[in-house]
Design a binder for this molecule. Structure first.
Ligand code: F6R
Length: 249
């Protein structure tokens, strides 16, 4: 296996790739988020990829960046975990993002419930807020964005999905390594919901993301890799380290 640095030229001219050191991803992505209006609508991903970004925003708040007026919409939530469960994404958004940024709970929304009506309620809340100004996304090793697993098409909206086994395995570390404890379903914003955001920032680090990221940016637009639908969006910035932009062959 030899590592090859990909000349990652995105197919879409509206996608910009910023390659940086792993420890710079947070600050580079924070520069983009800091350009939001103080009362802007920020779409937030959970998981490991954006942690450095949130830490950078928290540091900037300490230095005077006004974050208290932002409104937050999360991408997804496990079905069956209450918002009080520390493994829920509601708990993540509250403890990692909203509270340290001084954003009151009334300005924070995370998908909840498991019915079509719950999903519709979430879509309506996003619309009522005027849509998402900037959406942060990570990418799954299988190309998922939000929890839109392979097979999710471009028209999908917020809905309950079954999680891929590979996704559940990747997230088992947050459940004490016990796969049987990882929920089988989640409610996620759909691909169309995500693409409705005015700007999208994808953060990725590590070699495990390289294959999916390259396919998303340079491959065909296909439901087999839902992140590839980002090629259709008019304003995407990818902030990634060289491992994520390098693929072993
Ligand atoms: C999280 C989400 C997922 C993650 C993806 C990558 O809200 O929607 O798509 O962004 O699974 O997860 P990490 O960053 O933990 O590798």
């Amino acid at each position: 296996m030899t590592a090859q640095t990909l000349a990652l030229a995105p197919v879409s001219s509206s996608t910009r790739v910023i390659a940086c050191a792993t420890d710079e991803i947070g600050e580079v992505a924070a520069d983009l988020v800091a350009s939001l209006a103080p009362d802007g609508v920020l779409g937030v991903a959970t998981g490991s990829s954006p942690l450095a970004l949130y830490a950078a925003l928290i540091r900037r708040r300490a230095e005077g960046l006004a974050t208290e007026g932002l409104r937050l919409f999360a991408l997804d939530e496990y079905v069956g975990l209450s918002g009080d469960d520390p493994r829920s994404y509601a708990a993540y958004v509250r403890s990692v993002i909203a509270e340290p940024l001084g954003i009151p709970a009334s300005r924070v929304r995370v998908p909840s419930g498991s019915t079509a009506a719950d999903a519709e309620t979430y879509e309506r809340a996003i619309a009522a807020a005027g849509g998402v100004d900037l959406q942060i996304v990570g990418i799954g090793r299988n190309g998922h964005i939000g929890f839109n697993e392979p097979g999710s098409d471009a028209e999908t909206r917020t809905r309950v999905v079954e999680l891929d086994e590979s996704t559940r395995r990747a997230n088992a570390e947050h459940f004490g390594g016990d796969l049987s404890l990882v929920p089988t379903h989640a409610m996620t914003q759909g691909v169309a919901t995500i693409l409705s955001a005015r700007r999208i920032v994808l953060v990725a680090s590590g070699a495990a993301k390289a294959r999916a990221l390259r396919a998303a940016l340079t491959g065909p637009v296909t439901a087999a890799n839902p992140a590839s639908f980002l090629q259709r969006h008019p304003d995407v910035t990818v902030v990634a380290d060289s491992d994520a932009l390098t693929e072993d062959r």
